[in-house]
Design a binder for this molecule. Structure first.
Ligand code: BV8
Ligand code: ZN
Length: 289
């Protein structure tokens, strides 16, 4: 049941851990964008034209129904453009800035491709599955950020969830600025491996962290779903924030139930120290040796 932020003693325990942590790693999933109005994969709204995202986010779907898959990604690009980061994203930005000032390491691995962490201002961030606004050429491999709306004329006003039929000819779909061939979203589809440089960075972060927050993910998709148990095996505290229990809950030291937009600002708020630190003592005071 939902965490009572006034009385739950676990919160004080967590915040004590947070104050002592030197390297905080956060893994986020679609749930952190839910309060921004971006549908999650497996909640309601996770369907588009009666398709599951997981049916369309594959190389074979793109090869078989290129127009349909581009309409799906075009729809998501245009939808996300109308959304804003929420208090959960912003709490992570504020925490990153504060912890950096305290000489701590703070890093976010997001599974989301919506770009909302970036727009919120997070800098220590890795979008492990790519980004909706980056495209890659299917022929020459050229990768570039593309914020065009629409991304090509043929997709203007297309891709609506209640539309049927997807028959845009390949030649009218988004094309490479370098060689003119068809481009695809530069994201990691199911049955595709995460990129080697991304895997290297993930490994660095999960081996160095001494506190691991898992926020708004169903813990179904690998390899991300495996990180909590890898970190827990190092006896590092795992803290889950979700509106429901997930497979990660059993490996979590703390499980805080509730919307990330409400819980994160409270969980990550600056620790108010009552005792004046020597930084705040009046100039002529002597700090006790
Ligand atoms: C890989 C980008 C090695 C695209 C995504 C068979 C063949 C091949 C592979 C596999 C296979 N079987 C299994 C696999 C591995 C597969 C996998 O894990 N499949 C799952 C379905 C079982 N993984 C892969 O293929 C990965 N690559 O393994 O390479 C390999 C290679 C070949 C062969 C074998 C192995 C690649 C996975 C990456 C896929 N790309 N995204 C796109 O977005 O279009 S995954 C996509 O779904 C998201 O990016 C995210 O990562 C993932 C899961 O979504 P979540 O973020 O968890 O969202 P979800 O909706 O599920 O849950 C939301 C949660 O939020 C819920 O818990 C909800 O309670 C909570 N919530 C809601 N509101 C709130 C909230 N919490 C807090 N506050 C709120 N307000
Ligand atoms: Zn090209």
């Amino acid at each position: 049941m939902a965490t009572n932020t006034q009385t739950d003693p676990k919160i004080a325990e967590f915040r004590e851990l947070l104050s002592k942590a030197r390297s905080i790693l956060v893994l986020t999933g679609a749930g952190i964008s839910a309060e921004s109005g971006v549908p999650t994969f497996r909640g309601e709204g996770g369907l588009w034209r009666q398709f599951n995202a997981t049916d369309l986010a594959t190389p074979s779907a793109f090869a078989r129904s290129t127009s349909l898959v581009w309409e799906f990604y075009h729809y998501r690009r245009e939808l996300v453009r109308t959304k804003e980061p929420n208090k959960g994203h912003l709490a992570l930005v504020e925490a990153e800035e504060r912890f950096e000032k305290e000489g701590k390491h703070f890093f976010i691995l997001t599974q989301n491709i919506d770009g909302l962490h970036r727009r919120a201002g997070s800098r220590n961030l890795l979008e492990i599955h790519g980004n909706l606004f980056t495209v890659r050429c299917t022929s020459c491999g050229f990768i570039e950020e593309n914020n065009d709306s629409p991304i090509c004329e043929a997709l203007r006003n297309r891709g609506l969830p209640n539309e049927t039929g997807s028959d845009i000819p390949l030649k009218d779909l988004p094309s490479c600025r370098q060689c003119g061939s068809l481009v695809r979203p530069h994201v990691v589809w199911f049955e595709e491996c995460l990129w080697p440089d991304v895997l290297k960075k993930i490994n660095e972060e999960i081996t160095q962290c001494d506190l691991f927050l898992v926020v708004g993910t169903s813990g179904i998709v690998y390899p991300a779903a495996g990180y909590a148990s890898i970190v827990a095996q190092r006896k590092v505290p795992v803290v889950e924030v979700n509106i429901e229990k997930t497979p990660a809950t059993s490996t979590s030291t703390f499980y805080f139930e509730g919307p990330a937009g409400e819980l994160l600002p409270m969980l990550l708020a600056p620790i108010k120290t009552d005792a004046p630190s020597n930084k705040t003592l009046p100039l002529n005071a002597k700090t006790r040796k």
